[in-house]
Structure formats: C-alpha cells, structure tokens
Design a protein around this ligand. Structure first.
Ligand code: 5GP
Ligand code: ZN
Length: 114
C-alpha cells in the first residue's frame, strides 16, 4: 500500500535491520527498541491491523507466530521468556497501520503493562 512505512520496509524502499524474510513474512528490529530484543514480524501483504484479520489470513498469521517463536530461540530468549504483542487502536498505542507482531525479550516484562 503506497504511503505505508512497513510496506516500504518489506519492499526495501526504507532500510531496516531485517532478521528474517520469506514469501509470507518479514521481520526486522524495532527502530525504538523497548527491550534488548525487540523485533517486529509483519506480513508481506498489507493488512491494516489485528482487527482486519479474517479466515483467509490463516496461513500468514500462523507464519508470523512461527517466525516470532523461532526468532525468540535464535535471539536467546526462548528459555528466559518473551512477550508477543499486537497493539490495536488508540488506547493500545497502535501507531503503524500495517499488522505487526512485537517480539519483546531479554529483560523482565512487567504485567499488566503500563
Ligand atoms: P505500534 O505502536 O503501532 O504497535 O508499533 C509500531 C512500532 O514500529 C513502534 O515500536 C516503532 O518504534 C516502530 N517503527 C516505526 N517506524 C519504524 C521504522 O521506520 N523502522 C523500524 N524498524 N521500526 C519502526
Ligand atoms: Zn503496509
């Protein structure tokens, strides 16, 4: 989608620290990391957010989770634990309207979040 910052990262128009890429999913380091490991896992296709997911997205959403958990292992946070987060809408602070799964780890993560 033109004007979408994460579409531009997926297609290489905007540089980022990409840690995984396949036919369905791209993962890259968050530019404003909130934890020692903070990676964003996004579908290569533009989906506005978690509130737009439907049955047709089953394969790509499953791929997002599998990539995230695999990256957690390769980042060395699999055993210590990590958090997977979708922010949806204003109260959750969603700021980019291209579906993205946050992978956060490497420090204690308070619950409930602020
Ligand atoms: P949200 O608040 O929408 O759940 O998360 C958006 C995330 O995208 C934020 O954590 C923000 O730091 C990250 N972000 C925004 N713009 C860029 C960018 O251009 N590059 C990278 N790598 N991350 C970005
Ligand atoms: Zn997009």
């Amino acid at each position: 989608m033109s004007g979408c910052i994460f579409c531009k990262i997926v297609n290489g128009q905007i540089p980022s620290k990409i840690v995984h890429r396949d036919d369905l999913v791209t993962a890259f380091r968050d530019i404003n990391a909130q934890a020692p490991t903070h990676i964003l896992v996004v579908p290569n296709q533009h989906i506005r957010g978690a509130d737009e997911i439907s049955a047709e997205h089953g394969q790509v959403v499953a791929a997002m989770f599998m990539v995230a958990t695999r990256l957690a292992e390769s980042e060395g946070v699999g055993a210590s634990g990590y958090r997977l987060v979708f922010n949806v809408g204003p109260n959750a602070g969603q700021s980019v309207f291209h579906l993205h799964l946050h992978l956060l780890g490497g420090r204690h993560l308070a619950w409930p979040p602020g």
